[in-house]
Each structure stands twice: as C-alpha cells, then as structure tokens.
Design a protein. Structure first.
Lengths: 318, 318
C-alpha cells in the first residue's frame, strides 16, 4: 500500500532526501552531488531515495509520490530542468522527472524550483505554519526567495520571489546577474567571497582565507565566515554588516509593498549565523518599514537544511 | 428597480462621482471638495451622487449600491474613515459610509482606499483588463499603489501596495513619511515642489514658479510641471529625470519580486505627462529587471481620472 512521500532537495554540493508520512519525517539520506554528468546526478538522486526509504523501513512499493526541488529553470509540466549552472550537466535540458519516475516504476514525480520548495516546507511544516502571508529568503551561495500570499505559493509568470535581485544600492557592487547593487551582491556567500578576495588583493588583512585553508575548504563556506566573525575579524565583520544592511533594506521594501505577516530567513549562511544574525536583520529592516509599529514576524527556519526536501514532499502532495 | 451603481472618488481637491450600469459609465459629476469640515464634505459627496444620477437620467430609487474610494485609514467593516490629512475634518474619525447610506435611504455603501479603488477600476474596466497579475502606481501629490495578484486585489494586513514608500535611494531625500530615500520623495508632486523650492532658495533658476503664478495656482500642479518641461526648463527636467529614475528602480524591484504581467502608471502627474513619461519609466525599469527579455507590459491608465470612481463601483459589486 502506497503511504509515504519522498522529497529530494538537489543542490550543487549535496542531494538531500527525506521520507514523509502524515507530515512527519520518518527517514532521510544525504549524499554528495556527483561531479561528473547529469546521468550520474540522476543516479545519485535515485540512490538517495532508496537509501532514505531504507532508513524509514520502507521500500519503493510504499511510495505514493516523489517531489524534487532543483536549481535552474524548471518545466513543471514535463519535469525537465535546464540552466542549473551549479549541477553537473544540468545547464542542458535534463529529463529529471521522467528519469526518476521510470526508476520507481512510474511513480508520480513533481519537479519544482528548490527555493520555492523550501518556502513551501517552512510554510506547511516549519516556522511559517501560523501565517498565510509570508516571504522566505534563503541566504546561501546566492540569495533566493519565495512568496506565500493568502496561503498560496506565488509563481507570477514563473519567477516570483526573486528578492535576491532587488536593487538595494543603485550603482553598487556587481552581482552574478551582471547588474549593479542587487541584494545578492551583498548578502550571497559567493559575492561575499569575491568582495573578500578583492579586499585582500588591495591590501586588507583578514583571517578568512587562513581559516578556510585550515578547515580544508576551497571556498569561504558559512562555517568559515562564522569562525572569522567569532574571532573578531574586521573584514568579515564589515562584509556581514553590509549583508545585514542590504537584507534589512530589501526585506523592508518587500514588506512595504506586500504588508506581510512573517518573513523567514534561512539558507546556509542564515542557518549557520543563526538567531543573532536574524535579529540584526530584523532591526535593520525595522528602520525602513512604512508602518514600524506593526512589523512582520522575522523568524529563523525550523526545518533548517531540510526545508527544501520537506517542501518537495508538499509540492508532491505529501 | 435598482439597476445602477454609483462610485465616488474623494480627493483633497475634488469629488468625482460616476454612475455605472452593466460596467458602462452612464453618468458623472465632479465638484470641488469643500474646504470647511467633514459634514460639508459628506454633504458634497451626497450632492455629487445626486448630480451624477441626474446626468444619467436616474434617481435615488434606481441605486443598487454606492462605492466610495477615500484617502486615509479605512475601516471597511464600519465604513468609517480617519487620518486623511488632505480632506477637511477627515483626520478625525468620520462615519462616511453610514452617513451617505442614510442620505440614500439605507442603500448599501462600501468604503475602501482610493488608490486600491483606482487599481480595481483599471483592472476590471481599464488598461488592466487582459491581465491577472498587475501593479497600479499612481503618481500624484504622493505616490500610491495597489496590487492585483491572480485576479484578486491584495490587502496584506491592510496596506499592501504601498510602493511609494519603497526605498530607492538609501540615505536620500527626506520623504513625507519622515524616512529617507522613498520613491515618493522623488516622484510625488509635493516632494518635487519641495525640492524645486529648495533649489530656488539655493540660487537655481527655474520658470516653474513663474508659470505657477501665471496660471493662478498656489502649488506646482501637474500642468505647471508639464509646461515647464515643454519650455525646456532645466530644473523641471532634472526633477522629472530623478522621478523617472526612482520610478524605474522601484517598479523593477517590485517586478523582480512579483514577476508581474503588467504595470499601470497613472495619477495626476502620470496622466498629465502621459505616454512619453510612461515610456521613459518603462525604459528605466528595463535596466533593472531580473529577466529583461520578459518585461511586464507598462501601460497608461485607460480611465484617467475616472479610475478611482469607476473602481469604487467595482468594490461595491457594480
């Protein structure tokens, strides 16, 4: 008898799968994203789903449906994905939904955007449960977002929620999208790393890259940034101050336009820097609110790095 | 037999009433807003409604319902209004809905925000007809806005759509709301006038106030600004350039967040400066879009200064 739903969060570094039954996570599995090609990535997803089912004491015959949250451009009708630059082989058109469905004997597979899946996860099973109008902002490698208005996930023409590309500093830092002054150019981990490298090149001192090497990393991960902050590293402090200022302004602008009940702040950096970071973002936002006496609740995620996988089960009807 | 709906747009300078039958405007009336007290303003509204019915060859017995769009804070449940600083006596609590209802023998009166009424008018009967996801921005004394998402007018917690108070220039010009750098501080007519006076005080030359006096006005109306632009007045050109830049940025930010189908630009200044102004706003917006190859349609209002009154009939179920 079909009774569990599996959700998968496909990322550039990891594949996270969860098994959900009656809205409760009863199993999960995580593995590194293969660095080779799209075929290997899809095989990794199938293996993760099997492993997660295993931890729940379930098998493929217990599967009701599968949901997958993925970066890139998603054709929800066909389950195809493209333009996901950080997943090997996923810049081209990849038949993700059909391939995974076939591996599980035609089980229904729903594919959607990874950030929207995460917002849905927090809305249904996490910090967003008490609210019907909320914005989720995920501060990680980039800055993604998703909107729930009147209890429904908003797609707009397909890309609603892209708060990372609201302009917070006209003429400011160059963003990955090539425009100037986007929120992501200040708050995204990759932009923070670029800014740090630029400052080092121009003679600034920082422990950031020392910490990175000691931790055996090849990039400024959230935990590298967190440790530098703990050590009082001036450059790390300045960069995170700028990120908080940018987030506060963008969230205030979004709230002034939408008059929300709640804003949920997550993502790798948001989760790692945790409550003190979220409170500072809230204070910065408050300065720019149209109606400061009635601010939206500003909350951490409850599901942490499971938001996306749990949300994928919701999108799959689980 | 009840068959027509009346809509009223209450403003600081005029009261506009329309009579609508089967979505067609069949009568209208306009008068100056009394400058005395709330009682006179409400009497003026009642007189406007009677005059509009007259032009349609109808009487009070033909009234199905009345809708009123008003500035200020509206209690939709009771029809009371307060905090409307530009309508005499309307800073205090005014029983607008009940008073007008009583004057028409208990006819149902719906009271809502004037800008939201105008957006509703354009959505149902004007430029917004082909769309289900749109933002209306009304550039007048201040800058107001309203959102239709998935075919429904959004209220949020009561103030959704306040695009005028999105920050476009952190640390920039002081706004009427006391914060710095709001859209309204650059694009609202009153802010433009303040900036012009400040520039004159600091030695700038302009024909703006000469034109104002010649036209017998005591403020820089939209038509004064339009004439100065026509005469190539440098200060007027610079101020409108700044307004367009601010509008382009705010609209791009709103669109990046909401992924809209259309943006409608109206209001006293928007309507007066017309199509060339709207096209320049569109070009400025395009620079800041996340997905420039799929811009929203940017449109003038179709109903012009009747948007609000027609929209009020829609809010009244007409």
């Amino acid at each position: 008898m079909a009774e569990v739903t599996v959700g998968v969060d496909l990322g550039g570094t990891k594949i996270q799968a969860v098994v959900v039954s009656d809205r409760i996570v009863v199993g999960q599995s995580r593995c590194a994203t293969p660095k080779t090609d799209a075929g290997d990535v899809m095989a990794g997803i199938v293996a993760s789903i099997r492993a997660a089912l295993d931890t729940a004491g379930k098998g493929p015959s217990d599967l009701r449906a599968i949901g997958i949250g993925t970066p890139g451009s998603v054709d929800a009708a066909t389950g195809h994905v493209s333009k996901a630059s950080n997943v090997p082989g996923f810049m081209d058109d990849v038949p993700l939904g059909p391939t995974v469905s076939e591996a599980f004997e035609g089980t229904c597979v729903t594919v959607d955007n990874d950030v929207r899946a995460a917002v849905m996860g927090e809305y249904r099973n996490g910090a967003g449960r008490p609210y019907r109008n909320l914005l989720g902002v995920f501060v990680g490698t980039g800055v993604g977002g998703g909107l729930i208005l009147e209890g429904e996930l908003r797609h707009g023409l397909g890309n609603a929620g892209e708060i990372g590309h609201m302009t917070v500093r006209p003429g400011g830092r160059r963003c990955s999208c090539h425009r100037l002054g986007c929120l992501e150019a200040y708050a995204g981990r990759m932009s923070i790393e670029q800014a740090a490298r630029h400052h080092v090149d121009t003679g600034h001192k920082t422990k950031l890259f020392e910490i990175m090497e000691r931790k055996g990393r090849d990039r400024l991960t959230s935990s590298v940034i967190a440790e530098a902050l703990d050590q009082g590293d001036r450059l790390a402090i300045d960069l995170i101050d700028a990120a908080i200022e940018a987030l506060g302004l963008a969230l205030a602008n979004a709230n002034n336009l939408l008059d929300l009940e709640a804003i949920i702040v997550g993502g790798g950096l948001g989760d790692r820097l945790g409550e003190p970071f979220v409170r500072r973002v809230e204070q910065e936002m408050a300065k720019n609110l149209r109606i400061p006496e009635r601010p939206p609740a500003v909350l951490q995620t409850e599901l942490g790095d499971l938001s996306g996988a749990v949300g994928a089960t919701v999108l799959a009807g689980g």
